[in-house]
Design a protein around this ligand. Sequence first.
Ligand code: ARG
Length: 305
Amino acid sequence: MTRRKWQLLLMAGIVSAAATARAQNAIESTPAFASIYQRKVDAVAIGQLPQLFTGSASIAPNYGFPWMVSLEVKGTARQNGHFCGAVVIDPAWVITAAHCVATAIRNGEGHTLAAADPDKLQVLTGTNILSRGGSVRRISRIVLHPEFGIAMQRVPNNDIALLKISDAPNLTPLAVASAGQAETMLVDGESVRIFGWGTALFGPNNPVSNTLLYTFVDVVGRSKCNAKAAYDGGVADSMFCAGLGYSDACQGDSGGPAVGYANGVPYLLGLVSWGVGCANRSFPGVYTNVTKFNGWVHAIISNRY
Ligand code: ARG
């Protein structure tokens, strides 16, 4: 497929960079959720494999993944506010995709991207169920990667941001993989585990899941992912691809983790960032390779400012 063609597809695929617009999306998409989700829960109860992410996602056990958090619009009723995933990587810091927490500021002809107002957002920690349990915490600071940008074709670049949690931060972190670990884990055919409350289907008005889901996706090597028939060079070194069409992340999963395991210990490798549609055989999901940003992450967190 030509670059031009997938650029057009992406227009539909990537939700606006403005957190408020994305939040709006999530809010509008919520009401239909109950029936779809209940069908999944019923299917699990009678022993059928759930068909989620248009593939084979499973329901995560509650409290099994204490570092998984939901990014929400402040002041909305529980599950209505979810719009992105995020991951605890330090007792007081959460990492997410920059496009989840950036807002476009008009200036003359164009716009610049800036951090959204932290007062408009909150995180939900300590539960897998958006509508129940856990605790809501305030965000005191949003730090976008200084080179975060959104290209003409709406591909986010350096799609990574840190959120400082202000009230009673004592969160349970997930270790970030080292660059060396990533080199062995992020090779073609290796499996990574992804988590999120995102939609099961791609489209404008699909509901998010009330319960955290996970699935496994195979890493797709950069040369395959950048082939003409796929993203045709659109996948930068700071990104990696995963998902061969049978399972994938989808809308509302952005900012959530791709996790690799070493001797049974989980490590954060990536953040859900972008893709064309969801669970599309020709277009894998694309993730921010967090390990390319370890220096930046460490600098921000260790200053503790
Ligand atoms: N941009 C989407 C979000 O905001 C995530 C898209 C990931 N797409 C994919 N096919 N893996 O949640």
